[in-house]
Design a binder for this molecule. Structure first.
Ligand SMILES: NC(=O)c1ccc[n+]([C@@H]2O[C@H](COP(=O)([O-])OP(=O)(O)OC[C@H]3O[C@@H](n4cnc5c(N)ncnc54)[C@H](OP(=O)(O)O)[C@@H]3O)[C@@H](O)[C@H]2O)c1
Length: 486
C-alpha cells in the first residue's frame, strides 16, 4: 500500500496520537515543552517514530517541533525516520489560496519544518463545497513543496468519492475504526482499496476502555478524560456496558491464547484489516506510558479463527450510525463534548437570501450560475413555509462540473447543494418532503438512488425518478426538491 511506504509505516505501523495533549492542557495550562519533548523522544528511542497532531491539539505541534530539533542536534539515528503528521480544520466557507497558504504556513512554522510530512484536511459541513477549492489549493502547495502528502480526516465515502472525481491526490483518510466502530470496513474500505488510499485508524482502544483495566468492571459514572468521555458514548450507542463486556471477554480469551493484552488484540484486529495503513494510539504524555505493551502488537498475528471470532462477537453489537465522520456532523453526536449542534447551527449559510417582497414572506437565493438572471429563475425560493429548489446540477462555481465521469460524485454534490439551498432559506434537510430526479442513462438509476437513500433514508420524502434523453450541459443527473417547514 502506497501510504505505508510513503509515510514510513513499514516497520512500525503504530502512530502515536497527541490529541491527549489538548486534554492535559485543558483550562489554559500548558505542558512544559522541554519535558514533554523528552517524553516524545523516549517514544522515538522505543521505535515509535510517527506522531499524529492537529492545529487544535493544544501545544502538540510545538512539543513535536522541540523533540525534532533535539533529535536533530543529537544527530539521532532515528531522526530520518521521524514523521510528524498534522491536520488543518478550517471553518467551512470559501477559502482563497492565500487563506490556505496561511493555514499551512502556520503548521510549518509551529512544527519548524519546510515541508509537512502529511497534511490531513477536516471539513465540518459538506453543505459548503469549499473543500473542493481547498483541496485544489493544497495540491498547488504540494507542487510547491510545502506538503509532501495530502490526507483527509473524517471524510465519509461519498465525499471521498467527490474529491477523487476531481482528480485530487489523496494518500490517507484518518477515521475512527475499532471493534466497536466498524463503519470504515465496508464501502469506505472498498473505495480506498480501489484508489490505493490507506486508512489511518483512531479510536482503536476506545480511549483505553479496550483494556484489562475495564474487563469485568462496573460501568464508570464519572469519567475525567475526553477520550473516554467520547468512547463511552460509542459503548452506549452500540448496546451498552453489558454487551461491551461480552466483547471484552472474547478479546480476553484470544489475548490469553497469545499471551498478550486485550489492547494488543483490539489494535491488531484493526491493523489486520486490508485497507488499514496504520493505527493511531493516543498517548497521555505526562501520565501512563504503554510503549512496551504496544510493541507486542508488532509481533502478534491473529489467525483466521481469531479474526472471525472477534468479528462475529463485534457484529452482535449495534452499529454506530452513518458513515465515517458522521458523529461530527449530525446526531447522535458522539464526541467528547457531545452535542455539536450549536457549533454547526452557528455556521453561516452557504447562500445569501434576499427578500422578494416587502413584507418578507417571499425569499430567494441565487447560486453562482450566470443563467439565473438571464433566464429569470432562482436556485430556490421560499414562500411562507414552503421552499422550492430548482432543478440542480453538479456545477461548482460558474462552470466546473463535478463528477463528470462519476455519477455517484455528481449526485452527492447535487444533494449537498439542495440541502444548502434549503438551510440558507431557514429550513433543514428534515423539512424536505419531495425530490424529483432526472437522469440520462437508465443503468445509473441504482447508484443515484443509493446516494439518495444515504441522504434521505430516515426521512423518505416522496420521490420521482425519470429517465430523459438529454439534460442541458454535460450532466447525467439533475434533481429538484421541495421542503415544507413545520
Ligand atoms: N481525526 C480525528 O477526528 C481524531 C479523533 C480522535 C482521535 N484522533 C487521533 O487518534 C489518537 C488516539 O486517540 P483516541 O482518543 O482515539 O484514543 P485511543 O487511542 O483509542 O486510546 C488511547 C488510550 O488508550 C490507553 N492505552 C494505550 N495503549 C494501551 C495499552 N497497551 N494497554 C492499555 N491501555 C492502553 C491509554 O489510556 P490511559 O492514558 O488511560 O492509560 C491511552 O490514553 C489521538 O491522539 C489523535 O491523534 C483523531
Amino acid at each position: 500500500m502506497k501510504a505505508v511506504t510513503q509515510l514510513g509505516l513499514q516497520d512500525n505501523p503504530l502512530i502515536t496520537g497527541l490529541w491527549q495533549v489538548a486534554d492535559l492542557e485543558r483550562g489554559g495550562k500548558t505542558l512544559d515543552r522541554q519535558s514533554a519533548a523528552t517524553q516524545l523522544e523516549a517514544y522515538v528511542n522505543g521505535g515509535f517514530t510517527c506522531f499524529d497532531m492537529a492545529d487544535h491539539y493544544g501545544s502538540a505541534e510545538l512539543i513535536a517541533a522541540t523533540a525534532r530539533q533535539n533529535l536533530l542536534q543529537q544527530n539521532h539515528s532515528a531522526y530520518p525516520a521521524l514523521k510528524l503528521y498534522t491536520k488543518w480544520c478550517p471553518q467551512p466557507h470559501q477559502h482563497s489560496f492565500a487563506d490556505v497558504h496561511r493555514g499551512i504556513s502556520e503548521r510549518l512554522e509551529r512544527l519548524g519544518m519546510d515541508s509537512l510530512d502529511l497534511l490531513q484536511l477536516h471539513w465540518w459541513s459538506f453543505e459548503h463545497p469549499g473543500y473542493i477549492d481547498v483541496m485544489d489549493h493544497l495540491m498547488t502547495l504540494k507542487q510547491q513543496g510545502l506538503i509532501k502528502h495530502i490526507g483527509l480526516t473524517n471524510f465519509d465515502t461519498d465525499h471521498l468519492a467527490v474529491l477523487l472525481s476531481c482528480g485530487h491526490e489523496i494518500l490517507t483518510n484518518q477515521v475512527c475504526l475499532s471493534v466497536l466502530d466498524r463503519r470504515g470496513l465496508s464501502d469506505m474500505s472498498d473505495l480506498c482499496r480501489a484508489h490505493d488510499i490507506g486508512l489511518l485508524a483512531y479510536g482503536t482502544l476506545a480511549g483505553g476502555f479496550l483494556s484489562e483495566r475495564w474487563l469485568d468492571k462496573p460501568e464508570p459514572d464519572q469519567i475525567s478524560d475526553w477520550s473516554k468521555m467520547k468512547y463511552h458514548r460509542f459503548i452506549k450507542t452500540v448496546g451498552g456496558w453489558q454487551s461491551f463486556q461480552e466483547l471484552m471477554r472474547t478479546l480476553s480469551g484470544i489475548a490469553v491464547k497469545h499471551g498478550v493484552s486485550v489492547s494488543n488484540v483490539a489494535s491488531r484486529w484493526v491493523l489486520q484489516q486490508e485497507s488499514v495503513a496504520g493505527v493511531i494510539i493516543g498517548a497521555r504524555l505526562t501520565e501512563q506510558e504503554h510503549r512496551n505493551s504496544n510493541r507486542e502488537i508488532l509481533t502478534l498475528t491473529l489467525d483466521d479463527d481469531d479474526m472471525s471470532l472477534i468479528s462475529a462477537q463485534a457484529e452482535t453489537l449495534g452499529e454506530i450510525p452513518g458513515d465515517c465522520g458522521s458523529e461530527y456532523r449530525r446526531p447522535p453526536f458522539l464526541t467528547a463534548s457531545g452535542d455539536l449542534s450549536d457549533h454547526l447551527d452557528a455556521l453561516p449559510p452557504v447562500f445569501k437570501k434576499e427578500a422578494i417582497n416587502e413584507n418578507q414572506t417571499r425569499w430567494r437565493i441565487s447560486s453562482a450560475s450566470e443563467f439565473e438572471p438571464i433566464c429569470g429563475y432562482s436556485r430556490a425560493v421560499r414562500i411562507g413555509n414552503r421552499i422550492l429548489v430548482s432543478g440542480t446540477t453538479a456545477t461548482h462555481g460558474t462552470e466546473r462540473v463535478i463528477g463528470e465521469q462519476d455519477i455517484r460524485a455528481q449526485t452527492v454534490y447535487i444533494l449537498d447543494k439542495i440541502i444548502a439551498a434549503v438551510t440558507s432559506l431557514g429550513g433543514s434537510q428534515e423539512d424536505i418532503v419531495r425530490t424529483r430526479i432526472y437522469l440520462t442513462h437508465h443503468p445509473d438509476w441504482e447508484v443515484v438512488s443509493r446516494v439518495h437513500g444515504r441522504f434521505f433514508g430516515s426521512l423518505r420524502p416522496a420521490n420521482t425518478l425519470i429517465e430523459v434523453s438529454h439534460l442541458i450541459g454535460p450532466y447525467a443527473v439533475e434533481i429538484e426538491a421541495e421542503a415544507i417547514l413545520e
